[in-house]
Design a protein around this ligand. Structure first.
Ligand code: ZN
Length: 221
């Protein structure tokens, strides 16, 4: 069973919606004045049996997740988390992983890339030139670790291939800006394998850019 179904099964949709809207019994169902449009007589229906809601006035409808999203202005992962807690269902990490918003996935990609650059700088023989350069610039080793300064050698798609192997999608990598599409005929580019895509940064010392929440939001080479 999927996590979302388990959550729906444990929650009474009428009870969840009833926390926001005054519901009146209508046979096996419930009705109310729609919270999403202005009306005087109720055309907003909640069907506990089928676990959905629908408004005949404005045409909106959906399940308990979409109701909470609409009502609270949440994205799906946020609604999932709130309702999972309410239902006492533990969402497995895989499901929450795929449902994460792209913005959060890109922050994770940046963190993985910073780790990759930093380890490459500290441990790979190919980085000795970069290490010498930073030593001449009097950048202390502890600063390199703390700021996660890194290095990427002059290779075509080293980082892109590493991040694909770590389970990231090529779409997210392109959206992160760390990977760019090769300018080739479309039929020779195989987007799913990462062929036809290459690293934006090559042969450079890398400095992560941090935001106020200790997220890495980008890099400067
Ligand atoms: Zn409505």
């Amino acid at each position: 069973m999927t996590d979302t179904q388990a959550i729906k099964d444990r929650l009474d949709i009428a009870q969840v919606i009833g926390e926001y809207v005054k519901l009146k019994k209508a046979g096996a169902n419930w009705k109310a004045n729609c919270p999403f449009h202005n009306e005087k007589s109720p055309s907003f229906m909640v069907h506990p049996e089928k676990q959905f809601w629908h408004c005949f006035g404005c045409g909106k409808g959906g399940d308990v997740f979409s109701f909470l999203q609409e009502m609270e202005g949440l994205d799906f992962p946020e609604a999932l988390k709130i309702l999972a807690d309410k239902a006492g269902v533990k969402i497995d990490t895989f499901a929450s992983e795929v449902n994460k918003s792209q913005k959060n996935r890109i922050l994770e990609i940046n963190a993985k890339a910073a780790y990759f650059f930093n380890h490459f700088l500290l441990e790979m023989p190919a980085s000795s030139g970069a290490r010498d350069y930073l030593a001449r610039r009097e950048l202390k080793p502890e600063t390199i670790v703390e700021w996660q300064v890194g290095f990427i050698p002059e290779q075509w798609d080293l980082l892109t291939q590493y991040l694909l192997k770590k389970g990231n999608s090529i779409d997210d990598l392109l959206a992160s800006g760390l990977t760019i599409k090769k300018d080739v005929a479309p039929d020779s580019a195989k987007a799913s394998t990462g062929k036809g895509a290459y690293d934006r940064f090559r042969g450079r010392i890398m400095f992560p850019l941090w935001d106020a929440h200790s997220n890495i939001v980008g890099f400067t080479g």
